[in-house]
Design a protein around this ligand. Structure first.
Ligand code: SF4
Ligand code: SF4
Length: 477
């Protein structure tokens, strides 16, 4: 348990958590404590008494190790001003949190870091030549998901989508069982799954379609047609992809088609949209990529070399040539920013990031990686296997400010999602970093780049004119 929970949820009157040697004493709390306790159904009236407070925490969390955590944290308080003197314990509002655990509504889960494909601009590959050599292949099992997301917790969510930074859920051995668990735990919650469609058998896709009827959805990333899709989605067999999407739709699944536009496929957008309709897709979305942007310099590359294993170049990727297919942020916003600020780093230092611009805060959304790490968003999680190099990784120093490591944001039987969301990363580290004057001093580059108020290449990647809700989905499905 983090002190934040005690401050924010457990007490109505002024809370007091004091460290004395290795012992922690928890002062008597007020009504909120009992409200929370009653809501869990695990505490009794007697737990309200101060002398029973450790036992109360133990009952509330059900694990002695949580109390050990509190002792550890209380010990750190003396050295690291953990949660006390410089933060008014009785007034948690001075801590600007992303959101409280009880307000979490959307989860993005990476069920697997494995993938059948080798897309050149994906973080899991080294320019399409091979798999990122620092990446560990991990999957979340059904048992893991039950531990991460207990049945009762899923009731508070509006949406769970299975996608990820490094792989796709279809590669996880327990994919079907996990989808079934999610759909059954909260039938009102929307479940989404993302894929390139090239893995597994037709019967897998048929079972998946039957498990998740509309409004649940599966979003297929298909960047072109038979003669072009593989130029980006390397190793995806068109024949298997078509077989799988047909099986999914025939079994009652709602399929959506996402089309990433490059120069080599931009002439096929209309034809792909027609094929989406013929197949029975419910939605077609053409997207303009921002991956030709060099985020260090602001330069927009006109070509990207796809590498071979032997360090040669297999082919070039180019951004679309027609202005209407280009990412608006790259065409308009980046040149304006460079003119105004001189370079990207000066812009990142200056740009405002706050809870109105943070996508995770706005959506009350969190990300769980296949290694059970909990972060506000997939963008920050991208730091974990950043192949750009150590100096670009700000996550570890950010956690180290509170004496934490990645293990402190990893869900285990002893450390729940609740515990992590109410911990320093979500409660103040990220938001505090936005107020720092420069990246040098710890302002998060990823936040400035992704959610800065001037340029959002990510939000501008969707081409509104190329989003089609195909009529059948607004009808009976
Ligand atoms: S299909 Fe997705 S996860 Fe797989 S390599 Fe391509 S972008 Fe990465
Ligand atoms: S990158 Fe930063 S600002 Fe954007 S959603 Fe993630 S945490 Fe929020």
């Amino acid at each position: 348990m983090w002190p934040g929970i005690l401050k924010r949820f457990s007490f109505k009157s002024k809370p007091k958590l004091t460290a004395c040697g290795s012992k922690v004493q928890l002062d008597k709390g007020g009504g909120n404590y009992m409200e929370e306790a009653t809501a869990t159904g695990q505490l009794t009236e007697n737990d309200h008494r101060p002398k029973d407070s450790e036992a109360a925490i133990e009952k509330y969390h059900g694990r002695v190790s949580k109390i050990t955590d509190i002792k550890d944290l209380a010990g750190r308080q003396r050295e690291k001003s953990w949660f006390a003197q410089d933060r008014d314990q009785s007034t948690p509002t001075n801590v600007e949190h992303l959101y409280a655990y009880s307000d979490l509504r959307i989860l993005h889960i990476e069920l697997s870091t494995d993938c059948n494909a080798l897309c050149p601009q994906c973080a899991r590959t080294e320019a399409g030549a091979c798999v990122n050599r620092t990446l560990k292949i991990s999957h979340l099992s059904l048992e893991d998901v039950k531990l991460l997301l207990p049945h009762a917790f899923l009731k508070q969510l509006k949406k769970v989508f299975l996608c990820g930074n490094y792989g796709y859920p279809g590669m996880a051995p327990d994919c079907l069982a996990v989808v079934q668990y999610l759909c059954e735990s909260n039938p009102k919650m929307k479940v989404g799954i993302h894929t390139n469609g090239g893995m597994r058998t037709a019967s897998f896709w048929s079972d998946l379609g039957a498990l998740m009827p509309s409004p649940n959805y599966c979003r297929f990333a298909i960047d072109g047609l038979q003669d072009t899709n593989h130029l980006y989605r390397q190793r995806v067999s068109w024949k298997k992809l078509m077989r799988n999407i047909e099986a999914f739709i025939a079994a009652g699944g709602r399929a959506e088609w996402d089309f990433l536009i490059f120069e080599h496929n931009e002439h096929q957008v209309d034809e792909a949209r027609e094929l989406a309709e013929t197949l029975g897709c419910s939605r077609f979305q053409a997207k303009s990529t921002s991956r030709f942007l060099n985020r260090q310099t602001g330069e927009v590359r006109d070509a990207y070399e796809v590498k071979t294993k032997e360090a040669g170049v297999s082919h070039l990727l180019r951004p679309p040539s027609t202005p209407e297919h280009r990412n608006e942020a790259l065409v308009q916003d980046i040149p304006r920013v460079l003119q105004q600020y001189g370079n990207m780093d000066t812009y990142f230092d200056a740009v405002q990031v706050d809870k109105c611009s943070c996508q995770a805060a706005k959506d009350h959304q969190a990300y769980i990686s296949a290694e059970r790490l909990v972060l506000p968003c997939c963008w920050l999680a991208g730091h974990v296997y950043d192949r750009m190099g150590e100096d670009k990784r700000q996550l570890l120093p950010l956690l180290a400010k509170e004496g934490l490591t990645l293990d402190d944001i990893r869900i285990t039987p002893e450390r729940s999602l609740h515990h992590i969301i109410e911990g320093p990363l979500f409660q103040w580290l990220v938001t505090d970093s936005w107020k720092l004057p420069s990246m040098q001093e710890g302002k998060l580059r990823t936040c400035a780049m992704t959610c800065g108020k001037d340029v959002s290449s990510f939000s501008k990647r969707f081409l509104k004119t190329d989003t089609v809700n195909i009529s059948r989905e607004s009808g009976s499905q």
